[in-house]
Design a protein around this ligand. Structure first.
Ligand SMILES: [Zn+2]
Ligand SMILES: [Zn+2]
Length: 453
């Protein structure tokens, strides 16, 4: 080994000076700050898990999230946020102004689903509720899409941000959004003049969704990540009558049956096979009695697409098939099937720069975290970006966060299943370890976006 000469000693000394003086200040302190924040999130875990269990046990359907909105509003107020409630029925905005800097919006959706919970968890939902605009029996409700975790993550991050105001500058806006599942809530908030009621228009929008991948993994990938979506109802009008005398009736049950099978040829025969598109009929409702031909029937359709052209091919195809059926039944034009366009969502396209920036922040600050970059884009949809779609600035990133117990996930894979359970399944489960994990992802993403010029 070379002996240190006096000159080398001096150089070595200077090197040490630079290393110990500069490096820790510029770099290590930032790391330890983020580590400290994560330690505090771990300390807050018990409280966060209690919030999660409570919301999980009390799911509410879209635009009926009164209880959840109340919890959210109270918590934000306690943390020092200015809140605006009742936007788009049950939506809540929470604002914290903290000097000059970017305006960053973070959104969580609040609604549950009409799904019967079969997890057997001690905090499983036993709640029932009625879908908006639908008569009939009460349905079992469940947070089967993990929006209970989304709300908890948001509240956890809100605490971190309010307790660490010295670590960011700008304006932070949290949005608790109603009715994501029917694809209506984000637009309802915008159409209810959210931006005229005091919510600042953001420079950046961030959102997160549960995914049935292991806790510790996430998906932050730029580009098209989720499909565009349409919810369409079709009402077939016929002439009701006696089941024994079809010749004097016009049977809408047969009309809808023909329609459902004919629709399936649209995607298979009219859409470019290189493109991804889906047409699903999720419900046919007609009649009540064995021997009565009803006067009308209702068909509920769901479309998924990645470009406007494919969307038009499907919508126009449905229309032509409907009219063709009505024509073949000799119906008058005024009795032709009615198409009701309900909710829709544009394809979700993650901003490249923002998404890569968040990925860098997560990778370098959360231990053992893994970005599953090859996770394919989903045919599922979101309305989160509709919060900013009509603004001049619409830079957004939507991250999937793993919520499956890694052991349960591994077992499922060994059994040849891609996931232990998927969102919307009655067995869908958010592992409790995912609660603090999601809060860490949300908090570090937010801090990083504020601190990057
Ligand atoms: Zn869902
Ligand atoms: Zn969802």
């Amino acid at each position: 080994m070379e002996k240190l000469t006096a000159f080398n000693k001096r150089k070595f000394f200077y090197f040490l000076m630079i290393f110990f003086v500069l490096f820790p200040v510029v770099h290590s302190d930032t790391i330890s700050e983020y580590e400290k924040i994560q330690e505090n999130i771990d300390k807050d875990e018990k409280r966060l898990v209690e919030i999660f269990k409570d919301i999980h046990a009390n799911p509410e359907l879209g635009f009926q999230e009164n209880r959840t909105a109340n919890i959210v509003d109270t918590e934000f107020k306690n943390l020092g946020y200015q809140t605006i409630t009742g936007i788009g029925k049950t939506g809540v905005a929470a604002i914290m102004k903290n000097g000059d800097g970017p305006i960053v919006m973070y959104r969580a959706d609040m609604d549950g689903l009409a799904v019967k919970e079969t997890t057997g968890l001690p905090y499983a939902s036993t709640k029932v509720g009625k879908l908006e605009g639908v008569d009939g029996a009460e349905l079992p409700l469940m947070h089967a899409c993990g929006h209970d975790a989304h709300v908890t993550w948001m509240l956890g991050a809100a605490k971190v941000m309010s307790e660490n105001k010295d670590k960011w500058k700008g304006t932070l806006v949290f949005i608790a959004q109603p009715a994501e599942e029917p694809g209506l809530g984000a637009r309802a908030m915008v159409e209810d003049n959210m931006y005229k009621k005091g919510v600042p228009k953001p420079d950046y929008l961030i959102g997160m969704h549960t995914a049935p991948i292991p806790v510790g993994t996430y998906v932050a990938v730029p580009g098209a990540r989720m499909a565009g979506m349409d919810q369409i109802d079709v009402v077939f009008n016929g002439v009701g009558g006696h089941g024994s005398a079809p010749q004097v009736a016009k049977d809408p049950v047969i009309m809808s049956a023909i329609a459902v099978t004919s629709y399936q040829s649209i995607v298979s025969r009219a859409i470019d096979p290189q493109n991804a598109a889906v047409l699903t009929v999720g419900s046919i409702q007609a009649g009540t009695e064995n021997n009565v031909i009803p006067a009308s029937s209702l068909v509920k359709i769901n479309l998924r697409w990645f470009n406007e052209n494919d969307r038009n091919i499907m919508v126009n195809g449905i229309q032509r098939i409907n009219e063709g059926i009505a024509f073949s039944y000799g119906l008058n034009k005024d009795m032709y099937p009615k198409m009701i366009r309900k909710g829709w969502a544009a394809p979700l396209v993650n901003d490249k720069e923002l998404t890569e920036r968040i990925e860098r922040a997560l990778q370098s600050n959360i231990k053992g975290i893994e970005n599953l970059k090859n996770y394919p884009p989903a045919m599922g949809s979101e309305d989160f970006h509709h919060l900013v779609l009509d603004n001049t600035k619409h830079i957004y990133s939507y991250i999937l966060v793993g919520v499956a117990d890694p052991k349960v996930f591994e077992k499922a894979q060994k059994e040849g299943k891609p996931f232990p359970y998927f969102n919307h399944n009655g067995n869908f489960m958010v592992d409790l370890k995912a609660i603090s994990y999601g809060v860490k992802i949300a908090s570090i993403s937010l801090l990083d976006v504020f601190n990057n010029k």
